[in-house]
Design a protein around this ligand. Structure first.
Ligand code: GLC
Length: 561
């Protein structure tokens, strides 16, 4: 992978079920995406990443795949997919797919065979284990390890048929594939080559730092008050993770050019990320790390901690420095698993929504790395005003709510407060296209309610207003394309101890940029010397030197010395 075109690219993520519904069933589909490709071309993005559209029982909205080489009828068919890919390519963009291979669906033929008997040839394609020593399988506490699953409940499901348990780090309908088995890896690589041969331009790899488990499987640490243990030491960045990704590179990507690979890696450290993304090691191009979106988490999972700006700067600063020489960062505020950033780290009140959305975009996009824009972020879409648990559809929210209230005895109100702030459905409400019923997303009631603010916040209004978040994002994307310092410039964090201003420089060969974002609703003076007379490149508000209005962002340029 010597062709590093993605360093100056911007990626746009589509969550297909919530993007645009063309066939009027309340669910987004491929035709809906085709109908809106010009929106993306106008925004100026280079790559589109599609969340899973493969055949799936939709237990986790498609992150549970039952056929890796077919399209779910909810979304369309392979012919429509090809048409979409052609439309993307014709507009000079690329298309990458989600690759969900830490686990499959329990309805995948592989698992159907695997569970059928202990001596089925595919038995070892998944993680089957007898009950804990001395305990009768199927009785409470007899799970092979004490790990909890991401969506509540244990990470093991008892299967009566053969009297054993199978591992599922996510829902029981998402059994983990056994990557120790070379046949599994071979089948995955073959499927990946099939998509590349069809014309796709790469993959976003789902929880790809969980594919190598630590053997023998062992109990994790149990925290007081929690029903199940954190087993992550047994499956995050396991001993063969690098080996598997390098093998995948050799078997799938070697000799092909123009592709992009990004590994989603919860809990990855900077040192590990350098190894995963060092081009000489031939693993992946970049990773998604989570430290900056976990900055408002503390020891108690059921509390929301206010953002401390110095903590956020510490995290980004560490990642920027760590990956300065080898490796490459991905930059994101949002995706289908995170609440809307303008509600989380900005201010979504009518007064400051647009300004803070633009400020957050500026700070993110001018870091070193490849920015990802999640659908609706370019409109400044906000969190949804969830009232009760029945408003949620997400398997994670529902499962965690059940575990927290029914097993761990927490107050429903406290749990709801956290789900309202952090729940994944905040990102999954339908795209707001215009002010017609259902925000122009669908002609019928959508699978998840549209945010009631769609008459004010929608793509049509944003496109018509030259001062909108949408047009500001266009400028940010164009700046990455036009200004080499944004792509290659050295990163230096300024004012690391300031709780109000986020400031840094990017020093390229011929130009140096100064970026400042005000993370508060107050006017703040930026005490930064040496920039008098610098050229203003971009701002979201009228500029007054280094006096920063509430939620203001400024970008200045001067010749590099
Ligand atoms: C990733 C996906 C998330 C999914 C999980 C299990 O974190 O982004 O949506 O629930 O993996 O596949």
């Amino acid at each position: 992978m010597t062709d590093l075109w993605w360093k100056s690219a911007v990626v746009y993520q589509i969550y297909p079920r919530s993007f645009a519904d063309a066939d009027g069933d309340g669910m987004g589909d491929l035709r809906g995406i085709i109908d809106h490709l010009d929106h993306l071309a106008e925004l100026g993005v280079d790559v589109i990443w599609l969340s899973p559209i493969h055949k799936s029982p939709q237990d986790d909205n498609g992150y549970d795949i039952s056929d890796y080489q077919d399209i779910d009828p909810l979304f369309g068919d392979l012919a429509t997919f090809d048409e979409l890919m052609t439309g993307v390519h014709e507009r000079g963009m690329k298309l990458i797919m989600d690759l969900v291979v830490n686990h499959s669906s329990d309805e995948h033929q592989w698992f159907v065979e695997s569970r059928s008997s202990k001596d089925n040839p595919k038995r070892d394609w998944y993680w089957w284990r007898p009950g804990r020593d001395g305990m009768e399988a199927g009785t409470p506490g007899a799970e092979p390890t004490n790990w909890g699953s991401a969506f509540g409940g244990p990470a093991w499901e008892y299967d009566k048929e053969t009297g054993e348990y199978y591992m599922h780090l996510f829902s029981p309908k998402q059994p983990d594939l056994n990557w120790e088995n070379p046949e599994v890896r071979g089948a995955v690589y073959e499927m990946m080559r099939w998509w590349l041969d069809r014309g796709v331009d790469g993959f976003r790899m789902d929880v790809i730092n969980m594919i190598s488990k630590v053997l023998p499987l062992a109990d994790g640490r149990l925290t007081a008050g929690q029903a199940y243990a954190d087993g992550s030491a047994g499956y995050i960045n396991g001993p063969r993770n690098h080996e598997f990704l390098h093998e995948m590179y050799e078997q799938v990507f070697a000799g092909r050019t123009g592709l992009l690979t990004v590994g989603e890696m919860p809990g990855v450290t900077v040192d590990e990320a350098i190894r995963f993304t060092d081009q000489d090691r031939q693993e992946v191009d970049m990773v998604f790390q989570f430290d900056h979106v976990w900055a408002d988490r503390g020891g108690d999972p059921w509390r929301v901690f206010p953002l401390q700006l110095t903590v956020l700067k510490g995290i980004f600063g560490r990642w920027q420095a760590g990956l300065a020489e080898e490796g490459w960062n991905s930059l994101y505020w949002n995706n289908h698993d995170q609440p809307r950033v303008v509600s989380r780290y900005g201010d979504d009140s009518p007064e400051f929504r647009a300004a803070s959305a633009k400020m957050l975009g500026t700070v993110l996009h001018l870091h070193r790395g490849t920015p990802y824009v999640y659908q609706g972020e370019e409109l400044g879409m906000t969190n949804y005003p969830f009232q009760s648990i029945t408003d949620f559809r997400d398997i994670e929210a529902l499962g965690q709510f059940r575990q927290a209230t029914e097993i761990e005895g927490r107050e429903a109100g406290d749990v709801l407060t956290v789900l309202r702030a952090r729940g994944r459905d905040n990102a999954r409400t339908p795209m707001q296209w215009d002010d017609s019923p259902n925000g122009g997303f669908s002609t019928t009631t959508p699978w998840l309610a549209v945010n009631p603010n769609y008459p004010q916040i929608n793509a049509k209004a944003e496109r018509a207003n030259p001062d909108s978040v949408f047009h500001y994002y266009r400028q940010l994307i164009k700046l990455r394309h036009d200004e080499p310092a944004v792509v290659d410039g050295d990163f230096t964090m300024l004012l690391p101890n300031d709780e109000r201003l986020y400031a840094f420089t990017r020093k390229g060969e011929s130009a140096e940029l100064l970026v400042i974002g005000n993370f508060t609703g107050e006017t703040v003076e930026a005490e930064i010397d040496g920039w008098a007379g610098a050229e203003l490149v971009l701002s979201n508000l009228p500029v007054n030197g280094l006096t920063m209005a509430p939620w203001q962002a400024v970008v200045y340029r001067r010749p590099a010395t």
